[in-house]
Write a protein that binds this ligand. Structure first.
Ligand SMILES: Nc1ncnc2c1ncn2[C@@H]1O[C@H](COP(=O)(O)OP(=O)(O)O)[C@@H](O)[C@H]1O
Ligand SMILES: [Mg+2]
Length: 336
């Protein structure tokens, strides 16, 4: 696989205005982030709810307005583009959203949904019907779907339609934001497999956002773990899933459901811990590492200084002053 980036994020930052009583304040939902999305890879972004995954996914496509930094694509900075320049790049970067019930306009027939994108991409009118039917076939739907409204479809089928819509402009990159978490558990795997298959067939780059580290470990080339608005670990998927360097990644892994009883117990213990610990306030971020209050590995230094993402001893990148070694993570239970 080529290591060339399709997008290079440099210091990308997102702040949101919030009100606290009468005061106007800001939270930093994405701390200055450097990340290369490699051409043709599946890059997973994982983390708990509120960790900034959606903010990062939207910001890299300039769907959320970043407050600073650069988004480099083929030598140009997307942050410097005006509305016209962005519009012409839009077809190449698509997003599949979490909720297939709100992402499709309820009054638009599927024909309209797909034809709009095809028209925008410049496909002649006479070719749109055939292309729409072939897109539906790609996602496992029949041509009679064209004349129906979104309400005629199940959640899984709607997500297939959303995927067809994302593919309609023949994009280079798709950011899929928790595309299965609103779906029935019984059909989640089908939708993931569909995305992965389409990605492979079309040579797409896929950024797959999820809170399920165990699941993405089986589909991703690399995984970025987010905590409190920053990437705290970035590594090859297999490496991260077997020997995570950041104590937070280890905690996420330990909280994954496991089939056998002993590890199910460990899972329940870990989940109980995750549930009882308060996350730090985004309005008053703590000094030092944001994970220190939950970390069994914290050093005195972690209370004073925030660690930056840097090479860890096992070949990945971790934002940690005291990363786990391979032998520590194989013990596993110690952290859970
Ligand atoms: N439009 C917004 N205005 C203010 N705060 C927001 C907005 N969107 C997200 N946030 C806050 O930014 C943080 C990160 O949110 P988000 O990116 O949605 O996380 P995730 O996708 O990991 O659940 C959260 O604290 C969230 O409350
Ligand atoms: Mg989200």
């Amino acid at each position: 696989m080529s290591a060339a980036p399709i997008l290079s994020l440099r210091g990308l930052t997102v702040r949101y205005p919030v009100r606290q009583g009468l005061a106007r304040r800001e939270i930093t939902a994405l701390h200055p982030t450097d990340l290369d999305v490699r051409l043709g890879e599946t890059l997973a972004i994982v983390g708990e709810s509120g960790s900034g995954k959606t903010t990062l996914g939207r910001a890299m496509l300039r769907l959320a307005q970043p407050s600073g930094g650069q988004i480099l694509h083929e030598g140009a900075d997307l942050m410097a583009l005006g509305a016209g320049g962005l519009r012409s790049l839009r077809p190449r970067f698509q997003m599949v959203f979490q909720d297939p019930y709100s992402s499709l306009n309820p009054s638009h027939r599927i024909r309209t949904v797909l034809f709009d994108v095809l028209a925008h991409a410049g496909l002649p009118k006479a070719e749109r019907e055939a292309r729409a039917i072939s897109l539906l076939a790609d996602v496992g739907l029949e041509r009679d779907a064209l004349d129906r409204l979104p309400s005629a479809f199940s959640g899984g089928q709607r997500q297939r339609i959303a995927i067809a819509r994302a593919l309609a402009s023949d994009p280079d990159l798709i950011v899929a934001d928790e595309p299965i978490s609103a779906l029935d558990v019984s059909i989640q795997a089908q939708v993931v497999n569909l995305l992965v298959d389409l990605k492979r067939k079309r040579g797409l780059t896929l950024v797959f956002i999820s809170h399920d580290l165990g699941m993405v470990a089986s589909i991703a080339d690399r995984i970025a773990v987010m905590y409190f608005g920053e990437i705290v670990e970035l590594a090859e998927a297999r490496k991260l899933a077997t020997s995570p360097a950041h104590p937070y990644s280890a905690m996420l892994l330990a909280s994954q459901p496991k089939p056998d009883v002993a590890s199910a117990r460990a899972t329940i213990r870990a989940a109980a811990r995750l549930g009882t610990v308060d996350l730090p306030s985004q309005l008053d971020p703590p000094a030092g590492c944001p994970f220190q209050s939950r970390c069994a590995h914290a050093l005195p230094r972690c209370g004073q200084e925030a660690p930056k993402l840097a090479a860890d001893p096992c070949g990945g990148m971790a934002a940690c002053f005291n990363p786990l070694t391979a032998s520590e993570t194989s013990e596993g239970a110690r952290i859970a």
